[in-house]
Design a binder for this molecule. Structure first.
Ligand SMILES: [Zn+2]
Length: 369
């Protein structure tokens, strides 16, 4: 190896991979490959972080730190947060496998008359009409429970963005990720379907608005003049950190107006993976869910690992939950869907943690699903 050639992290990773995986039993080649891969890891290359993490988890490498799995997960999280799609997918599958293992053996409630809640009461949901921006209908058809969420999506542009079609596609596909087969209220099967339209309605819409830099700076100016001090700080923080957010009136209800503001870390609205993940999370707010964070943030106290068994399988390194309502955009869990059902049945937002020390947490939590 030429020691004096300076390689970029990407180059180090690619050459490292070639040496390591095609060493044909040549120990020297293999160790040169490993050295390059580790160099790329130090250079914060997400794919190299993913590769080394997999090698640690598969037992091919052993960490010099005390715990190989802990070390591997730290790298995997870093890779995922740096945009490695395979790392994100790995973490999702890893959590879901842990969950399945934990809850596979649970006794399953089979109801002949449709979905029942934890107290055995039948659940009825029929929230439809022009005053409900997101309609929800629970049906029991041919022995199957189906929850259909339908909404008309209106993209509202205060300012043109370059590739609006791709942006819209990313938002819609993020929302569609809520679809799927779940097991709720003691293992009862429930299929969630999404019906999204894009008609030109005047009202009864879910509004999606990209918050461009220009609009953001206007919002800043307005809030400078009008917002109370604590709100002002929150607004400036949200804008500076380019955090997307959902608004659902003063208080969420099935009838409240629903708007999702999306910000782009690149400023160009072309970071589609991020936009997709963010749209998925913010849609969760519009269908009645609060935020889930492992540790305290803003006015939220945080939910420590060990508080609810059904969430623990999704805890990564005791630092955060790899779930949709956490800011790491993980999968939608059975518990999340249980809470959506309760939100629409009771017309009440469902919280994972009390907000500003008020509000009660969802009764779906702590029941182990
Ligand atoms: Zn949120």
């Amino acid at each position: 190896m030429e020691e004096d050639i300076k390689l970029s992290p990407e180059q180090a990773r690619e050459i490292g991979k070639a040496y390591f995986f095609a060493s044909d039993g040549d120990a020297e080649k293999r160790s040169a490959g490993l050295k390059l891969l580790l160099q790329a890891v130090s250079g914060n290359d997400p794919e190299a972080q993913f590769v080394i993490s997999r090698l640690l988890l598969d037992g091919v490498l052993k960490s010099l730190e005390t715990d190989s799995e802990e070390h591997a997960l730290r790298l995997m999280c870093s890779a995922a947060n740096n945009g490695c799609i395979q790392a994100r997918a790995f973490l999702n599958a890893y959590c879901e496998q842990r969950y399945d293992k934990e809850f596979d053996e649970r006794p399953q409630i089979v109801s002949e008359k449709g979905l029942v809640d934890f107290d055995g009461r039948p659940i009825k949901i029929n929230r439809q009409g022009i005053f409900t921006p997101i309609d929800a209908l629970l049906e029991f058809k041919d022995g199957k429970n189906i929850l259909t969420l339908s909404t008309n999506i209106l993209f509202f542009y205060g300012e043109e963005i370059a590739a609006s079609e791709e942006f819209e596609q990313a938002v819609l596909s993020g929302i569609m990720e809520w679809q799927g087969d779940y097991e709720v209220f003691g293992g009862q099967k429930l299929t969630v379907k999404l019906q999204l339209t894009k008609d030109n309605n005047i009202f009864d819409n879910l509004i999606i608005m990209p918050l461009t830099d220009k609009i953001g700076s206007n919002v800043k100016k307005i809030s400078d003049k009008l917002a109370p001090k604590n709100k002002k700080e929150q607004i400036i923080n949200t804008l500076t950190n380019k955090r997307s957010f959902a608004a659902a009136g003063v208080k969420w209800s099935v009838n409240s107006r629903k708007i999702i503001f999306i910000q782009s870390k690149s400023g160009l609205f072309d970071d589609y993976e991020e936009i997709k993940a963010v749209a998925k999370h913010e849609f969760g707010h519009t269908i009645g869910l609060g935020d889930l964070y492992a540790s305290a943030i803003d006015t939220l106290p945080g939910v420590e690992k060990g508080t609810y068994t059904e969430l623990d399988c999704y805890a990564i390194r005791d630092k955060y939950y790899n779930l949709v309502m956490c800011d790491h955009h993980g999968p939608v869990s059975n518990n999340d869907i249980e809470m959506v059902v309760l939100a629409f049945r009771d017309n009440k937002m469902q919280l994972y943690q009390p907000s500003k020390l008020k509000g009660t947490i969802s009764s779906a939590l702590g029941k182990g699903n």
